[in-house]
Every structure is written in structure tokens, then in C-alpha cells.
Design a protein around this ligand. Structure first.
Ligand SMILES: NC(=O)c1ccc[n+]([C@@H]2O[C@H](COP(=O)([O-])OP(=O)(O)OC[C@H]3O[C@@H](n4cnc5c(N)ncnc54)[C@H](OP(=O)(O)O)[C@@H]3O)[C@@H](O)[C@H]2O)c1
Length: 263
């Protein structure tokens, strides 16, 4: 029996999506198969998800979630197509739907998406766009998968490099900010545990405020910045150190890198 979905590449992003899909009960565990070439990673997946079928090579499947590195995506998809793959949701950075379609039989469906690792905890965000043959039913199918593990935004394919730079790589920027703030708390005399708790709570709280009030972050920041106060002193220092411009440059570098990978 062919699986409802074959997940190819059970690495960092593939396993995050898998965990999120199982937690959201998108499908019974018996309806999913994972194909992963790395034996140690296969063992980790089997241990983490008892009852999951994990194989070391391609298997017959029509619907595939492609989560391998960009340099192997096309040869891997060619093999999958020879094993019946006709609809693929690719989360591979940089490789266009046209390039993926070119290695599949005519009329095959490619949907591209750029998710991020918080999918692991059901709090992912993904950009989604369809290739030449993708119908609205195919986009609904892909949104059903990624929507089980977070928020989905549909957009033109040319904007996926920007999505990669903002939210695909974005969790790492937030982790870097968190690392720096925890270190700052320790420098100011807090224990590492307390500093960690304060920073995680602050990031969660700030994100929820933006989400629940719908207000612009600049308004929310102004609201907590009293004239001549502590926050004003901190913000002045961050602006002096060009943190805003560093983020703009960092995202631009990620977008450019995503474009390079696709060339
Ligand atoms: N990490 C992120 O935050 C993120 C976010 C959005 C999108 N993505 C995209 O997701 C994709 C995967 O990224 P990742 O960070 O998860 O990489 P990763 O951890 O290296 O995972 C890829 C996995 O695929 C396996 N693999 C390679 N060839 C295979 C094949 N023929 N069949 C089955 N499995 C195979 C690899 O095994 P080996 O080690 O043996 O090669 C590896 O375990 C990339 O294209 C990336 O652009 C990643």
C-alpha cells in the first residue's frame, strides 16, 4: 500500500515537520513513511516515533514532501518520479518549481514552500507557492500539511527567497538575540537560569502582544519607552550600534544566498 505521504529527508527540517504533523494528528502514523539515507538519523527517528516506517531508499508513493539539501534535490526527485511520485511539496531552499518539474513526468505537480523549524512545536510559519501544474486543490493539499504545524502565507514564487531570508532563517536570528540577552543578564548579575527564563518569557510575551493586539512593533516599542527612561537609554545604544541596519543587511545576505543556491 502506498503511503498518504512520503517524507524524503528526515533531517532537521524534515523531522521537525514530521513531529509537528504527528502531534497535530494530520494522519495516523501508519499513513506516513520517511525515507532517510543517514542510518544514525533513521535510528533516532524510529526511537522518537515508535511505529513509524523509516526506510533507507525510495519507495512507491504518489505524494512526496521533499526535505533534502538543495544540491541533491533534483537527482533525488528523479528517482522518486521513477517510483511513482506525481505531486511534490518541496521545502528545498532556492530550487525553482520549474527545475523540479523538469525532472518529473509532464503534468506532475510541484508546490514549493519555505517553512521554519518552529513547525516542531506547531508554531511554524511558511510561505507557499504553486508551480505550473498546481491547481488550487494542490495548494490546499500543501496548505493542509503546513497548516497543521503553523501559519501559511500564499505568495508568488519570486518572493520565496525573501521568505527564506525573513522567516526560513529567522528563528536563528531570534536565537542569537536570545543568546545575547541571556549573556547580558548574566553580566548584570543574574544567574544563567533566571536570565534564560526572563528572556524566553520576554520574547514569547512580545510576540504574543504583536499577534494579539495587531499593532505595529514601532507603536508597541514607543508605548514602553518613557522619555529619559531606562528603555530609551537601551534603544539609543542599540541604534548607535546599528542593530536595525545589521538586521536589514543580514536578511539581504540570506536572500542573496538563497538566490545563488537557485542559480
Ligand atoms: N533547517 C531549516 O531551518 C530549514 C528551513 C526551511 C527550509 N529548509 C530546507 O529543508 C531542506 C533540508 O534542510 P535540513 O536543515 O533539514 O538539512 P539536513 O538536516 O541535512 O536534512 C536532510 C536529510 O536528508 C537526508 N538525505 C540526503 N539524501 C537523501 C535521499 N536520497 N533520500 C532520503 N534522505 C536523504 C540527509 O542525509 P545525509 O546526512 O546522509 O545526507 C539528511 O539527513 C533544505 O533543502 C533546506 O533548504 C531548511
Amino acid at each position: 500500500m502506498t503511503p498518504k505521504l512520503l517524507l524524503v529527508g528526515g533531517g532537521k527540517m524534515g523531522s521537525a515537520l514530521l513531529t509537528g504533523l504527528l502531534a497535530a494528528q494530520w494522519a495516523p502514523i501508519g499513513d506516513l513513511v520517511v525515507s532517510e539515507t543517514d542510518a544514525a538519523q533513521r535510528a533516532r527517528l524510529e526511537e522518537a516515533h515508535p511505529g513509524l516506517t523509516v526506510v533507507g531508499g525510495p519507495v512507491e508513493a504518489e505524494d512526496v514532501l521533499l526535505a533534502v539539501k538543495p544540491d541533491v534535490a533534483e537527482p533525488v526527485l528523479l528517482t522518486l518520479a521513477a517510483n511513482g511520485a506525481r505531486r511534490v511539496l518541496s521545502i528545498v531552499a532556492g530550487i525553482s518549481s520549474a527545475r523540479l518539474e523538469a525532472v518529473m513526468p509532464p503534468g506532475s505537480v510541484v508546490v514549493r514552500a519555505m517553512p521554519n523549524t518552529p513547525s516542531l512545536v506547531g508554531a511554524g510559519v511558511a510561505g507557499l507557492s504553486g508551480g505550473m501544474a498546481a491547481t488550487s486543490a494542490d495548494l490546499d493539499w500543501a496548505e493542509g500539511i503546513l497548516g497543521a504545524v503553523g501559519t501559511v502565507v500564499r505568495l508568488p514564487e519570486r518572493q520565496l527567497d525573501a521568505v527564506t531570508g525573513v522567516s526560513g532563517s529567522g528563528p536563528a536570528y531570534m536565537f542569537l538575540v536570545a543568546e545575547a540577552m541571556i549573556e547580558a543578564g548574566v553580566t548584570a548579575g543574574l544567574s544563567r537560569d533566571v536570565s534564560h527564563k526572563l528572556v524566553v518569557g520576554t520574547m514569547l510575551g512580545a510576540a504574543r502582544m504583536m499577534d494579539e493586539t495587531g499593532e505595529d512593533p514601532s507603536q508597541l516599542r514607543a508605548a514602553v519607552t518613557s522619555p529619559g527612561g531606562t528603555t530609551a537609554a537601551a534603544i539609543r545604544t542599540l541604534e548607535f550600534k546599528a542593530v536595525r541596519s545589521a538586521f536589514i543587511e543580514a536578511v539581504a545576505a540570506a536572500v542573496e544566498r538563497s538566490r545563488q543556491i537557485g542559480r
